[in-house]
Design a binder for this molecule. Structure first.
Ligand code: HEM
Length: 418
């Protein structure tokens, strides 16, 4: 076998993500010198690291050669799930034809026109959040002083969780509990939320707790359906057969996590970018009509999901290397979004960037079902914050999640008034 170019391990090291944020310098070098490189740190499953936009898009599009069912995340070797172990069915890790049948169930409810009808409600929710912040009803004072709060806790975490819980049809009073469960799944390798040595156990425990919680609602909606997503799932059929409780739980679990971790971190990351680019922020504050294109650029800039993995079903050449059947490829979305072959001056934050075909929501069959909702939420929350707290400024260092999967911000201390 020809020798494989070896990846710089810094491209996937969770400690580095926690300390410094995304390793953009490493990804930039990889795009230039080894756009496909073999990553083997002896701890996790080995994989091919893919860093160029065109390769990532081509792999995303070819869902016959690159499948999702063996898993879209890279696990530690001592935490691997045996192939025959029972698994929760998740659309994210299905292949055709099951994937299509499952996605069809939700597609209508997430289409742009349905999402646009929600916009007014989302804007009103943002106003309530800002009212609570202004009245100091939320937000721990990070340094004991009155004007300093944690942006994540007081603002960024609320909207996405409230919206997805409302869509599912479960009470928003349980938001904080849901936040902790969801953080344990996504932050399974972070000492604050998960278990650095046994991340799998942290995920399983949170998953069990979430399942117990959702099971009550599934039983209630089976007895008396309403208009919400749990009722839709209870009434759905695949090839004429109703979904099992386990299948419905899989949907609830996926939506509760995907609908909140991503948008929360996009919100915090976007606000941080605005704080760090005062000219762009001033221009946007002065011209709210620029918000949709600003949000696209902020989505490109932040790219809250670091990667998704695929498994090759046959031997195939990519960028001069042979990927063997059964090997994993990891698609680094933030790297695609800084690819100088596609974006002019990719390290400049440019709200007028056009076109802006970022891969923040993935590409192909599995591309994000909630992208319209996420865009509406981001526009609404950023518009409200810019208008209500024009002097909002950073009041201390940002603390980041120990994760190489989600670019998470755990805390972002801000001062509301100059
Ligand atoms: C800024 C916010 C968001 C980002 C960056 C994001 C990112 C992504 C990405 C990259 C994928 C592709 C997975 C793959 O290629 O395997 C995905 C899939 C998905 N997202 Fe999102 N997402 C966001 C918000 C949301 C929201 C608000 C929801 C739901 C309410 C949602 C629900 C889903 C679902 C259900 C899938 C699986 C689709 C499939 O497998 O067919 N996402 N998302």
């Amino acid at each position: 076998m020809a020798s494989r170019p070896l990846a710089d391990l810094a491209c996937f090291d969770p400690d580095r993500f926690e300390r410094h944020g995304y390793p953009h310098d490493v990804w930039t070098r990889m795009r230039a010198e080894q756009p496909i490189a073999w990553h083997d740190d002896g701890i996790r499953e080995p994989f091919w690291a893919i860093t160029r936009y065109d390769d990532i898009a081509a792999i995303g599009k070819d869902s016959e050669t690159f499948i999702s069912s063996p898993g879209v995340t890279i696990l530690r070797r001592d935490q691997m799930i045996p192939a025959n172990a029972p698994r929760v069915p998740l659309m994210l890790t299905m292949d055709p034809p099951e994937h299509h049948k499952n996605r069809m169930i939700l597609r209508e409810r997430f289409k742009p026109s349905v999402m646009r009808a929600l916009e007014e409600h989302i804007v009103a929710r943002c106003r309530e959040i800002a009212d609570d912040v202004a009245a100091r009803r939320v937000g721990t004072a990070v340094d004991g002083s009155d004007g300093t709060i944690d942006f994540v806790e007081a603002i960024a975490m609320r909207l996405p969780l409230d919206v997805i819980l409302e869509l599912l049809g479960v009470p928003t009073d349980d938001r904080d509990q849901m936040y902790l469960w969801s953080s344990a799944v996504i932050g399974s390798e972070d000492p604050d939320y998960g278990n650095v040595d046994l991340p799998r156990e942290a995920i399983m425990a949170a998953q069990q707790a979430m399942f117990g919680y959702f099971a009550r609602f599934i039983a209630a909606r089976r007895a008396a359906p309403r208009e919400d997503l749990v009722s839709l799932l209870v009434e759905a059929r695949i090839d004429g057969t109703p979904l099992t409780d386990m299948e419905i739980l899989g949907f609830c679990f996926l939506l509760a996590i995907a609908g909140n971790e991503t948008t929360r971190n996009a919100t915090s990351g976007a606000m941080l970018a605005l704080i760090e680019h005062p000219d762009a922020r001033a221009a946007l504050t002065a011209d709210p009509a620029a918000m949709p294109s600003a949000v696209e650029e902020l989505l490109r800039w932040v790219t809250p999901i670091v990667y998704m993995a695929r498994t090759a079903t046959r031997d195939i050449d990519i960028a001069g290397q042979t990927v063997r059947a059964g090997e994993k490829v990891v698609l680094f979305y933030p790297s695609a979004n800084r690819d100088e072959r596609v974006f002019d001056d990719p390290f400049a934050l440019d709200f007028a960037r056009k076109p802006n075909r970022h891969l923040t929501f993935g590409f192909g069959r599995h591309s994000c079902l909630g992208n319209d909702l996420a865009r509406i939420e981001l526009r609404a929350v950023l518009a409200e914050v810019l208008a209500r707290f024009p002097d909002l400024a950073l009041a201390g260092p940002v603390s980041r999640l120990r994760s190489n999967f989600v670019g998470g911000i755990k805390q972002m201390p801000v001062r509301l008034h100059g």
